[in-house]
Design a protein around this ligand. Structure first.
Ligand SMILES: Cc1cc2nc3c(=O)[nH]c(=O)nc-3n(C[C@H](O)[C@H](O)[C@H](O)COP(=O)(O)OP(=O)(O)OC[C@H]3O[C@@H](n4cnc5c(N)ncnc54)[C@H](O)[C@@H]3O)c2cc1C
Length: 394
């Protein structure tokens, strides 16, 4: 459900062009996604839908024109992320894993040839990408990565396992991180590769059975002697950790925008329900216990939007946004969980049924203080950046 009755986007924050773009994306979502939003939850999303999103131009707003994108920056990508997430979060998680998590490392560190071959088809929606960071023994501590790549002649040979990979079993390509020099720290010894998932030795162990995000597929993958030609190394050997950290800044900002979408629809449902549902002879919104929840939900949405837009605008200006992206993602994702939970409470028993989409959004939103950096890790990063600013190394 996407409401056009409420517009709490401030024209102070957004340009006229951005607001026009948002309306266009919203109309696309209402036509192409909203009618099948509940059905999509049975998963997996049809590949045709990603193709449609690509053809509409919503897979590449932040990619260069040479790569098929419209080069409008992350501040446009967050509009797409919020709008699609307000209808079906799992679908946007899959879209974003392809175009941002997989796409941004290629966009920023790939050669022109790599962009044409491995990014353009993603932006068109013809192919699907994924990013392979997490492993069975390696989650928050990415520097502890176990996957290895060794040189054999001109080629690299990759061995390892990647777990919780969004789009893993559906992807055509993976941006895969592996240790190429175990004799130095991971920050110097990690390399990023583009891997064709049809290569011999690449296999799917299983798709994880998830609590939410059911329209997406999230997989456990195995790489056994997967051979990668030299043209598929991203950036320079040893540059992997830098590429990974850079990717996480854009990913976290986009996840923050998705979280606003997760909260927005349940909020709108709760506002309407509280106006219609009568108990003790009056609409339940007349009770402070309900109406104060509505005030808190709205305030959190607005605050999350301002934080997210700040991070995106700074990124588009070429500034380092590790602190701002972490703050935006942490605030927006915790807010989304509180908002979806409060919305369900406002609906009472009806909120606990599948007759309203609120339970689906609550299940989906719960992921987001885990994926893309847990809330604990983000708090660690934020305080680290603060102390760096207060006490710079001399
Ligand atoms: C649905 C889904 C989709 C995902 N998609 C992708 C994907 O596309 N690609 C990909 O590479 N990964 C993906 N992930 C993985 C995700 O990024 C990790 O789950 C996340 O980084 C946390 O790692 P972990 O699950 O191993 O938890 P762990 O790192 O084992 O953490 C467990 C708990 O310990 C806490 N903890 C750990 N270290 C510290 C510390 N230093 N200080 C305080 N607390 C700490 C954590 O905050 C957490 O609460 C996905 C995960 C899920 C569930």
């Amino acid at each position: 459900m996407v409401s056009d009755q409420m517009d709490y986007l401030s024209t102070v924050l957004w340009t006229d062009e951005e607001l026009e773009f948002r309306n266009e994306v919203r109309a696309f979502c209402e036509k192409e996604i909203a009618p099948i939003a509940d059905e999509l939850d049975k998963g997996p999303y049809p590949r045709e839908l990603i193709r449609k999103i690509g053809q509409a131009g919503y897979m590449g707003v932040h990619h260069s024109k040479e790569a098929g994108g419209s080069q409008k920056g992350l501040s446009y990508e967050i509009i797409v992320a919020e709008e699609i997430s307000a209808v079906n979060p799992g679908l946007d998680m899959a879209r974003m894993a392809s175009t941002t998590l997989y796409g941004m490392p290629i966009s920023k560190f790939g050669t022109e040839e790599q962009k044409k071959k491995y990014l353009l088809p993603i932006v068109n929606g013809e192919k699907i990408g994924c990013i392979g960071i997490t492993e069975p023994d390696v989650g928050s501590d990415t520097a502890g990565m176990k996957t290895r790549a060794e040189k054999d002649g001109d080629e690299w040979v990759i061995n390892g396992e990647k777990r919780f990979i969004t789009n893993g079993s559906q992807a055509d390509y993976m941006c895969c991180f592996a240790i190429t020099d175990p004799t130095v720290k991971s920050k110097q010894g990690m390399t990023a590769f583009i891997v064709d998932t049809k290569t011999d030795g690449f296999s799917v162990v299983k798709d994880h059975d998830l609590m939410g995000m059911k329209s997406a597929r999230v997989s456990w993958l195995k790489l056994e002697n997967v051979r990668v030609p030299p043209g598929m190394v991203l950036g320079e050997p040893g540059q992997g950790f830098q590429i990974l950290m850079d990717e996480l800044d854009s990913e976290r900002t986009a996840i923050a925008a998705e979280a606003i979408g997760y909260g927005r629809t349940p909020f709108e449902v709760a506002v309407k329900y509280s106006n219609e549902r009568v108990q003790f002879g009056r609409p339940i919104r007349a009770f402070e216990g309900v109406s104060f929840k509505i005030a808190d939900m709205y305030m959190k949405l607005e605050a999350a939007r301002a934080l997210t837009l700040t991070a995106a605008r700074m990124y588009d200006k070429g500034l380092k946004i590790t602190k701002q992206a972490s703050i935006a993602k942490l605030y927006a994702t915790e807010a989304a969980i509180q908002i979806t939970n409060d919305a369900l409470q406002v609906l009472g028993g009806m909120g606990y049924t599948t007759e309203y989409p609120v339970e689906r959004f609550l299940r989906d939103a719960r992921l987001m203080t885990i994926g893309g950096g847990t809330a604990e890790i983000l708090r660690f990063l934020i305080q680290r950046e603060i102390f760096k600013e207060f006490f710079p190394k001399k």
